[in-house]
Design a protein. Sequence first.
Lengths: 117, 336
Amino acid sequence: MKESDRDAFQKNFANLSLELRRGTLVLSVLSQLRKPQYGYSLVEELGTKGIQAEPGTLYPLLRRLEAQQLLESMWETSGSKPRKYYVLTDTGRQMLALLSQEWQTITRHMIGLLKEE
Amino acid sequence: MDGIHDHLVERYVYAVTRRLPTAQREDVSMELHSLIDEMAQDRPEDPQSVASVLMEMGDPAELADRYRGVQRHLIGSGYFDFYLLVLKIVGFAVSLGIVISLAIGFAFNPPESLGSIIGNMVGTLFAAYAQAFAWVTAVFAIMEWNQRRLGKSERLEQWSLEDLPDIPQKSTIIPRSEPIVSLVFLVVVFAILNASAWLLKVTQIENYTQFINPFVPEVFERVRILFNLTIAIAMGIEFAKLYSGVQTKRLALLTIGLKLVSLCISLYIVAGSGIWNPDFTLQMARIFGEGNGANPFFHKFWNNLPTFLVVVMVFGYVVETIQTVWRTWNLKIPEK
């Protein structure tokens, strides 16, 4: 492969893998919000567990999930700086359970598919 | 954190929040401040920590887009190509129309100098382009908005197989050149009709103080808006054809209906508005020196012209309607 082709290939890989991971972000986020967390602590926690999440993607996502009533939020202003905490609602908990089942099914099937190689 | 960095953060947050709905601004602003603060504090070894955090956060416009969750645009990719095409056609048509109408104007009312011709033309063209651009854009913005609204409601309804569009048969494809040629023709007609100096004051022959004109000027002025309305309708039909690209049943019904409206207006103009100058033949005879009376043949022709035009227009409409219906509904005649 030529240098330029290799670059294009790498770039394409980066895009495709980003696309692959993007779909898993909602589930990742919901799974970590059984206990209240604020945005940045969530970024860090996901990071230490191997899931890279950009704050610029995560913060808007939290808001969307809140609008869908899967999360609820609360400003904590007693500390040195104000932080907005998010936590699962009951609906969010139900959604997390369903999505986890879905995820199990998908991974089972995917493993089957990839073994065929 | 020092003042310069604080200021930088303020500016970044402002750049994001100004693109958001007012109700969200304060909340997002607090959230971003707290986030940037914390991210920067996590890198105590970096003196430029704030700057690097902001760079990492990326373009504020994109971040705002993610917060809003919807793309903001006047004209989306669905319509954009068609929008450009229409702009080109309209631009060309406007240029042509203005050149024609100014040329007619200059022919009957010669300007003093070449400079004034050029000045007049540039000024008129510029104003017309601005108008045309604004109108086209406004129409497309409304179409886009409508589409977005419909798109939302449609998703709630059950989609069914009947919703699938037919694959166009070759015979139903409308070549782009067809509506474009028609549009240009319509613009020319429009320009001529509205450069009305010549229609109103035509042929002032020497020694005759009287203006002769096939039309009654006051009536002509009054019905000109109706003329323009029929042209606008015809243009609407051509744009619909251009957009659709195929002869569909909906398009056929639209065409037949709108043309009927146009026909009624035209019939009124020709037969009901009293636009024809009843003394035209007499005045012509006077100019061309045929004694005191009008040429009897010409006189007869002139008196029957409205009836003749009515017959032609109705006949034309009927033929066209039959043709449209034939083309649209009898598509499945097996080919030899």
